[in-house]
Structures are given as structure tokens and as C-alpha cells.
Write a protein that binds this ligand. Structure first.
Ligand code: PMP
Length: 423
């Protein structure tokens, strides 16, 4: 390991120690309670090691954007600056650009959504939409329902707002309606009001599964009847390997759903543009919260995305992404079948992730340092639960490494699992 690498790792470890509130930080007693609840995500703390070239990282959820038309984008950016002048570098509306919001309404049509641009709020990625939603809905101690497991970034945000996250079981068809009813009944009996249900219906992160078409109206109806808002997070919906997207829950009950979309996975995450489509009154509050947080989302980024959608065959680009991820997903399945018969896993039909169950008694979190020593990284299942579950699972991402590297990574991981199982 080089000195530079060693220093970078040490700096990252120090930052992590400070972030998790050890005595290294002289301001520890000055922080608000909510800041003390923040934790570095297991995914982010892995980045420093997992990014070393010799490590096959099956950990991160970074999209592979090598196929982007960079020449086109370079030309497009200079054209935008030339044609629109300085206005593209000016502040804009807190709700987001009118043009882009109109375009976003079109982007949501394949999900069966017939929204209105007035109800769309543009955000700095859907991660910021999660923050705004938390800001306007969560008081400390409020209950938020989330699938078990759930997206690590959302759990981090909910925790920062001191929510009480209660998990609802999922199976191969996604969130289980009967379990949802059971959990709501239990919470109501305990006198704990529920603020919203957070769900990722398509190509779940980390579960890899889709909420079936049959279950969507049932989930919508249960939440409508109990007056529970649904936050439907859908960054992967257009990345099904084949077939059309299943209609969104939003399309069933537009008045009861805040739908989140993002250009991070279908275009490029570096622009940092996502959105929320919300019932009118909620959209107005999200806009106020956005103004407080940002004044406005980046004008340049929004108008760049708008121009890309307007002038490039972006749907064809999405198809190319889909094919690439399909090939990688297949490589992951084949490698698991060949090298990991001692584990079980699901077969995702889109998205980035496979959810793998370890043999009885193995602990994904404890095993991780040994995997990294063996030059392969994954995310322990524990990252995806608010309550410490998940040691028996790991999330393997197939989005970033090539099919050959995926094979190599799974082979290395299999050696670690085998050694561990024999201990
Ligand atoms: N939701 C889910 C389920 C995700 O997987 C991600 C990114 N990993 C996000 C939201 C945030 O995406 P972004 O902020 O880039 O739009």
C-alpha cells in the first residue's frame, strides 16, 4: 500500500471517528441531538478501501456511465451557454425550472403517472427529496414504516430527523400487504401514529425485488384507508431488463402518494437532479423547505438535463444501460450458481442489486474485513435495517464492475464464505 493510500485511509478513518461522535471531537457536547443520531453509512465508510483498483467492489451502487455521449454533452453545454447566455447561471425558482418540470411529467408517463408540472418539485437528487420530506413530516419519535430491508440512505435521513423506523417484511413480490396491516394495527394499539410508509417498489435497493402489480392497489388501499401517506421512491423503474414498468402506486392514488424520481441512474448522477411529485399542498411545503435548504436547485444542471431530454434520444440511452446491466446481472447469477451453492439469493429482473443469504451462523458484518483482505467488497445486510437485523445477508451490486470482474469477485467471495463456514 502506498503512503498516499495509507494517509487517505487514515484521514477517512479519522473523519469516520469524528462523525460517529468519539471524544476526538471537541464540539461533541455542542451538537444538536439530531446530529448525534447521524451515522456514517456502512456503504460510504467502505468506499476508501473498495475503490482500490485491486479490490473487486460489489459494494457500491454507482451507475456505470461510461456509455454516455460525452461529445454530445460537451457540445450541448457550450450551445446552452452561447444561446441562453448568463441566465443559465442565474438563481431560479425554488420549485425548479418550469421547462424541466414539464419534461419530468413526460418522463413519468411510462410509470402510468398523469401528473401536473405544478405538483413537481425539483431537488438535488432524490436523496434531497427524502431530506425535505423528513423535514416537513417527521417530529422526533414519529413512526416511519419502511420495508425490511430498506435503502441505507433513506434510513440515514430518517434517523437524522430522529424518526422511529419500523420495518415491514417483504417477500419475493415485495412488501407484504398482510404484514403491513399487522404492523399498522400493532402501532395503532400502542397509540403510535404513523407519518408515512417509505417504499421502493421497483428493483428494490437492496432487496432486488419488485412489488407485484396485484399488490400495488392493495398497498394503496390499506394506506388510504388508514390515512397513511406513501413515499414511493423509484430511481430504478426504467431499468427493468425487459418489459414495461408496472404502474406506480402514485397512478392508483395520486392524492396519497409522494413519488420520487431521479436522473441519477437513467442519465448521470453528477448533475444531482431528482424530483418529487406530490399532492398540491405537500408540493407547496416541499418548495418552501427547498427554498430554506438551497434557495433553488442548480439552474445549469436543470437546464442541461432538460436540453438532453429534449434533443437526445435519451430513451435509447436508457435501453443501452438496461442491456449493459442485464448482462452484468446475468454474470452475477451465473457466478453465484457456479461458486456459491452454499448461499441463496434472488434473481432480480432489473436494477443494480442481488440480495444474498449466507449459510446458517455466518455474520456478514464480521466477515467483511476478511473479504476485503481477499480483495472483494460487499455491503453487510446490517446497513439496511434500522434495528440491527441483517447479519445473515449481504448486498451484491452488479452495476459497476465488468462481467469478468463480477465473476472474479464472486469467486473470491466464495472462498471467504467457505473458509468462514468451516470455522
Ligand atoms: N433512493 C434509492 C432507493 C437509491 O438507491 C438512491 C441512490 N442510491 C437514491 C434514492 C438517491 O439517488 P439520487 O440522490 O442520486 O437521486
Amino acid at each position: 500500500m502506498s503512503d498516499k493510500q495509507r494517509n487517505a485511509d487514515r484521514a477517512s478513518a479519522n473523519r469516520a471517528a469524528v462523525a460517529t461522535g468519539t471524544r476526538l471531537d471537541p464540539w461533541y457536547n455542542t451538537y444538536a441531538d439530531r446530529a448525534l443520531g447521524m451515522r456514517q453509512s456502512e456503504v460510504r465508510s467502505l468506499f476508501a478501501v473498495a475503490n482500490r483498483p485491486e479490490v473487486v467492489s460489489l459494494a457500491g451502487g454507482m451507475p456505470n456511465i461510461e456509455g454516455l455521449p460525452l461529445e454530445f454533452l460537451a457540445e450541448m453545454s457550450s450551445r446552452l451557454l452561447r444561446d441562453r447566455g448568463a441566465s443559465i447561471l442565474q438563481y431560479g425558482s425554488g420549485q425548479g425550472s418550469d421547462e424541466l418540470r414539464e419534461m419530468i411529467v413526460e418522463v413519468m408517463r411510462p410509470d402510468g403517472i398523469r401528473g401536473h408540472a405544478d405538483d413537481v418539485v425539483v431537488t438535488t437528487g432524490s436523496q434531497q427529496a427524502l431530506d425535505l420530506i423528513s423535514q416537513i413530516f417527521i417530529n422526533p419519535g414519529d413512526v416511519v414504516l419502511a420495508e425490511a430491508p430498506s435503502y441505507v440512505g433513506a434510513l440515514g435521513t430518517f434517523r437524522a430527523y430522529q424518526a422511529n423506523v419500523v420495518h415491514v417484511p417483504m417477500d419475493a413480490e415485495g412488501l407484504v400487504p398482510e404484514e403491513l396491516v399487522r404492523v399498522i394495527d400493532e402501532l395503532e394499539a400502542e397509540g403510535k401514529p404513523i407519518k408515512f410508509l417509505y417504499t421502493i417498489p421497483n428493483f428494490h435497493n437492496p432487496g432486488g425485488v419488485c412489488l407485484s402489480a396485484e399488490r400495488r392497489p392493495r398497498i394503496a388501499e390499506i394506506c388510504q384507508r388508514r390515512h397513511i401517506l406513501v413515499v414511493e421512491d423509484n430511481p430504478y423503474g426504467l431499468l427493468g431488463f425487459d418489459g414495461d414498468p408496472i404502474p406506480a402506486i402514485q397512478s392508483i392514488n395520486p392524492d396519497g402518494v409522494v413519488y420520487l424520481g431521479s436522473f441519477s441512474k437513467t442519465f448521470a448522477p453528477g448533475y444531482r437532479v431528482g424530483w418529487a411529485l406530490a399532492p398540491t399542498a405537500v408540493a407547496a411545503r416541499l418548495t418552501l423547505a427547498n427554498e430554506n435548504a438551497l434557495l433553488c436547485p442548480s439552474t445549469f444542471a436543470q437546464l442541461s438535463i432538460n436540453e438532453y431530454l429534449r434533443t437526445y434520444d435519451w430513451y435509447q440511452q436508457v435501453k443501452e444501460y438496461r442491456e449493459m446491466y442485464h448482462e452484468r446481472g446475468r454474470a452475477m447469477q451465473e457466478a453465484l450458481e457456479e461458486y456459491m451453492p452454499m448461499c441463496s439469493w434472488n434473481s432480480p429482473e432489473g436494477g443494480f442489486y442481488t440480495w444474498v443469504k449466507l449459510p446458517e451462523g455466518l455474520d456478514a458484518q464480521a466477515m467483511l474485513p476478511r473479504a476485503v483482505t481477499n480483495l472483494v467488497a460487499y455491503v453487510s445486510g446490517t446497513a439496511f435495517y434500522a434495528d440491527g437485523q441483517g447479519r445473515d445477508h449481504m448486498r451484491l451490486s452488479f452495476c459497476y464492475p465488468t462481467p469478468e470482474r463480477i465473476r472474479e469477485g464472486v469467486q473470491r467471495l466464495a472462498a471467504v464464505v467457505r473458509a468462514e463456514a468451516e470455522l
